[in-house]
Design a protein around this ligand. Structure first.
Ligand SMILES: [Zn+2]
Length: 409
């Protein structure tokens, strides 16, 4: 493919411009209103300007109403770069929103003033999801400047609200202005590994649970006058660890290959040491292989609740925080997976393989709507962490992988 060589060299010349765009986008923190931000409006404006200047066509914005956002809506952008044929579209789907920076003292710099160190850009959002957003935009810019057309239409989708549930992002789009077609290839570059060898095609079901344990508050010196809810809850936590044995099916396509059952968040109970806590709240994050149903798991979880209540004379209430059965997987043979494999092989000289992960990507709503989507990116998995960074070479390489896919027949 002599065209690929041309595009690839052209992408190399964009390196400084791409870093620049990262810094500019980082300075427009698209934090969701429900996480205390103003939404994606300013970032969407900057991106629309780029799309208009870079020769994209049929640019549309699907506005999901959200009275808490700056403009009263959350923008979802679609733009095309037309190819030789329009019988299918190769989509790159990224999200514009970012998560809050978290504790600022853990950052070595201002999370919204991106900085460069040793070939990496640091800042909130630079990896999740700007790395591949910028990569996809400049891949198209390379086609335009080389005067080349991709074989099929390329679609760029930039959605809102990925980090807080997709209701004003991809889910809204799928319900109200869906641009995707069954024959389209949809790449979601929002999950990956440092080698760039992981193509996500399947995910686990997610079950988040909240456990409230009610005992009776008392003075710390007279525990016999109360019922210690924290102790009862702790015994419950260790009982729930047995779920690992009960649901021990392994599926090697997943990483990790097992279902996981983890106690995670803990609400504060009493503020002082010398009070027996009368109420205790903890949470569990369960990621379950599609081999099991969520009903099966929930029924099993209910069994120790009764025995703990009896043994400790407490009441335990379990509530759902999230109940998301796994979407039907994308076939490892699907064209989008094969196209990615070819591109990765050429650009990174590596064999990528289809795998399943813990879940929660944009591919999930697409798969429920029966579209073939695959998640792939070469990244360092620093999303949501303090000092999030993007390896500049990964951004450049991913742009080349995308352009390779655009050139495939
Ligand atoms: Zn993301």
């Amino acid at each position: 493919m002599q065209y690929f060589e041309r595009i690839s060299s052209r992408i190399d010349t964009f390196r400084d411009e791409m870093v620049d765009m990262q810094i500019q986008l980082c300075a427009l923190p698209a934090i969701s209103p429900s996480s205390g931000g103003e939404g994606e409006a300013a970032k969407a404006d900057a991106l629309l300007k780029f799309l208009n200047n870079a020769g994209f066509e049929d640019i549309t914005v699907a506005k999901a109403p959200d009275l808490d956002a700056d403009l009263g809506y959350r923008p979802n952008i679609f733009a095309y770069y037309r190819g030789k044929k329009s019988t299918k579209t190769i989509w790159i789907l990224c999200h514009m929103d970012v998560v809050p920076p978290g504790e600022l003292s853990k950052w070595r710099g201002n999370p919204f003033k991106a900085w460069i160190e040793a070939g990496k850009i640091f800042g909130r959002g630079v990896e999740d999801n700007q790395q591949d957003m910028v990569a996809s935009l400049f891949a198209i810019k390379a086609f335009r400047e080389e005067g080349l057309k991709p074989n099929y239409d390329v679609g760029i989708a930039l959605v809102a609200d990925e980090e807080t549930g997709n209701e004003k992002g991809l889910n809204y789009v799928l319900k109200h202005s869906n641009p995707f077609r069954k024959q389209d290839l949809i790449v979601v570059p929002d999950a990956g590994n440092a080698e760039g060898t992981m193509i996500e095609v399947a995910e686990k079901s997610i079950l988040w649970l909240k456990f409230k344990t009610f005992g009776e508050q008392a003075h710390g010196s007279t525990p016999e006058k109360g019922i210690n809810s924290f102790r009862a809850a702790s015994f419950l936590v260790t009982e729930l660890n047995k779920l690992y044995q009960t649901f021990n099916y392994k599926d090697p396509i997943f990483d990790p290959p097992i279902s996981t059952f983890e106690p995670t968040k803990k609400d504060p109970n009493v503020p002082n040491i010398n009070t027996i806590p009368g109420e205790d709240v903890f949470y569990m994050d369960n990621r379950i292989l599609p081999y099991y149903t969520l009903e099966d798991v929930e029924n099993q979880i209910k069994i120790p609740l009764g025995s703990i209540e009896k043994a400790f004379n407490v009441k335990v209430v379990m509530e759902h925080e999230q109940w998301s059965p796994a979407a039907p997987p994308t076939s490892p043979e699907a064209p989008v997976v094969q196209a990615l494999k070819k591109g990765i092989k050429i650009v990174y000289e590596k064999e990528a393989k289809p795998i399943g992960i813990g879940g929660g990507t944009l591919a999930s709503p697409l798969r429920w709507s029966k579209f073939d989507a695959a998640c792939w990116s070469r990244n360092e998995e620093t999303a949501h962490k303090p000092n999030e960074y993007c390896v500049i070479d990964n951004m450049m390489g991913d742009a080349k992988v995308f352009s390779h896919i655009f050139l495939q027949t």
